[in-house]
Design a protein around this ligand. Structure first.
Ligand code: COI
Length: 353
């Protein structure tokens, strides 16, 4: 793919690397490419970061044909730009788009676009401890039409944001509220995709949890409201009697890149990992018996987020005395060490740009 470069006349002042928060600052450039039925993908370009003009009848604004990805770029101690398994994001976006009946951006072009953009934005990759350049590819329907059908036009954009920790708590335990009223996904729906609609539907539960003093919700399955699925916007894992439990990928749970990487690391260390339906009652009972040793969410944004407390119907279980577990910390250190090019990468996950 040929990518045209349009130079910016106005470069921004970069924010303080020690006060980035998450997703508040955006770099100087963005990648943009458009698709329509006649031409396919055309006009790939890296252009100055700027607002996007939309026809008010653009279908994304009405029927939410929108998908996105989340990935990160890192600077290694040798000053190389590193990406982590970008081909998995390309694949997942293609899967999301197929489910939402949207145009598919070729996977090799997706990786090329990310690479070229991060090369242009190399100076935006922060180097302070725990920071990275979050990359947000997203696609949306732009055909002007108020009838419901697959759009005949799409725009694919990639923006970059220098980030620190996702949660203000950083890599410290968070309190989780087990949600029973709302559900996130059902089989046959869009739970396995990264589409904006999944997140829109989750905000009410998150707001409710926050009001009750909790950082996030633990989602139960959408049919019986019995089995544990995800935590907030992340996959979730539990260490019970020295074995690991996480929900299976059966259409309702996001196939996380971090989830897949953590499972590979755990297996390489000799752990048994059960990708299975874990009942909330069994989880709470394990907590009461002191068998629930550690719990953590996994996702690109927060990497690993330890869980220190679960509240299910007012029944409270505290995990590992509300301290980050030893295995949780080792997973965080190993995975981020690989991502930042500081420890050996036995799986060949890291791509030098
Ligand atoms: C992630 O954990 O990477 C996410 O998907 C969070 C994102 C919605 C900010």
């Amino acid at each position: 793919m040929d990518i045209k470069f349009i130079k910016s006349e106005n470069l921004k002042t970069k924010p303080d690397q020690n006060a980035l928060g998450f997703g508040k600052y955006f770099s100087d450039y963005m990648f943009v490419c458009e698709w329509d039925e006649g031409q396919g993908w055309h006009d790939a370009r890296i252009q100055p970061y700027a607002p996007i003009m939309l026809n008010p009848a653009s279908m994304v604004l009405h029927y939410a044909q929108e998908t996105f990805e989340g990935m990160k770029a890192y600077k290694s101690p040798k000053n190389e730009i590193l990406l982590f398994r970008p081909e998995m994001n390309a694949r997942r976006m293609a899967n999301s788009n197929e489910r939402l009946c949207m145009a598919i951006f070729p996977e090799a072009d997706f990786v090329q676009a990310v690479e070229e953009l991060v090369k242009v934005e190399a100076d935006w990759i922060p180097t302070a401890e725990g920071t990275s350049l979050y990359i947000r590819p997203f696609m949306f329907a732009t055909e002007a039409s108020v009838g419901v059908h697959p759009s005949k036009k799409y725009t694919f954009v990639i923006v970059c944001s220098p980030v620190g920790a996702y949660y203000p708590e950083g890599v410290n335990p968070v309190k989780i509220y087990v949600e029973e009223e709302y559900v996130r996904a059902v089989r046959g729906g869009t739970g396995f995709t990264k589409c904006g609609g999944n997140y829109a539907g989750s905000v009410a539960a998150q707001a409710k949890a926050e009001k009750l003093g909790y950082t996030q919700v633990l989602w139960l399955d959408g049919v019986e409201r019995k089995y544990v699925e995800e935590v907030g916007t992340m996959n979730v894992m539990f260490k019970i009697n020295n074995e690991i439990y996480t929900a299976p990928i059966e259409g309702t749970v996001l196939p996380g890149v971090t989830r897949d990487s953590i499972i590979a690391l755990l297996k390489s260390w000799g752990y048994t990992v059960h990708e299975t339906h874990l009942a909330i009652d069994d989880l709470m009972a394990a907590g009461d018996k002191g068998e629930l040793e550690e719990a953590f969410g996994t996702g690109t944004a927060a990497v690993i987020s330890p869980i220190g407390e679960l509240n299910y119907r007012g029944h409270i279980v505290t995990i590992n005395d509300f301290k980050t577990g030893e295995l949780t910390q080792k997973l965080y250190d190993t995975l981020t060490g690989i991502q930042w090019g500081k420890v050996e990468d036995p799986f060949n996950w890291v791509r030098v740009v």
